[in-house]
Design a protein around this ligand. Structure first.
Ligand SMILES: [Zn+2]
Length: 188
């Protein structure tokens, strides 16, 4: 698998026709290496002031230093760009307007320090894996099962509360292998 990590970003070579496979029997494909927030008409376009910062809620931009720094690295509306001001504004005024997946990722970014979320496909199921900046905690989000999520700790090599994402053992093994692979790559 052509994959490397820079800062907290996974860089995957998706060129060519080969899929990103971890074993021959069940393939885990990375569909997207980040999460982009959707635009919502209902979120106001005019700017707002929060804690002395000027933000544009509709486009998820802010004048604070955190935002400006992450905006230099990450694409528009990338989850990793979202600062605490945007999060506070959206959660205060628009949490009922945005979809459950987006809401969950925004919350987990600030509550569980999830720094990035990737979209994957395994056994024809499409779902998300979020991870902390140190690549030690990985949360698996099945869109059809939210708000339930599954958390894997790479240090103790255990699923939180022994709750694994799938009933099929092979799928859980594949995910765990994938997670450990990312954890190992991040340590190099
Ligand atoms: Zn901000």
């Amino acid at each position: 698998m052509k994959i490397r990590i820079e800062d907290d970003e996974i860089l995957i070579d998706l060129t060519g026709k080969e899929r990103e496979t971890l074993n021959i029997k069940i393939a885990l494909t990375i569909l997207k290496k980040n999460f982009t927030l959707k635009l919502y008409d209902v979120i106001q376009k005019k700017s707002a002031i929060l804690a002395g910062k000027s933000l544009s809620p509709h486009y998820y931009t802010c004048s604070c230093k955190d935002y400006r720094m992450s905006a230099e690295i990450y694409p528009k509306r990338d989850l990793r760009r979202i600062c605490k001001h945007i999060f506070t504004y959206i959660s205060k005024y628009h949490f009922d307007d945005i979809d459950l997946i987006t809401r969950t990722f925004l919350e987990h970014k600030f509550w569980y320090k999830i720094s990035n979320v990737i979209e994957v496909e395994l056994d024809k199921k499409i779902f998300f894996i979020g991870y902390t900046k140190d690549f030690e905690i990985f949360n698996v989000y099945l869109p059809w099962n939210l708000p339930v999520f599954y958390s894997y700790n790479c240090i103790i090599k255990k699923w939180k509360d022994f709750a694994e994402p799938f009933q099929e053992k092979d799928l859980n093994i594949t995910i765990t292998k994938f997670i450990h692979r990312l954890n190992m790559i991040s340590k190099k």
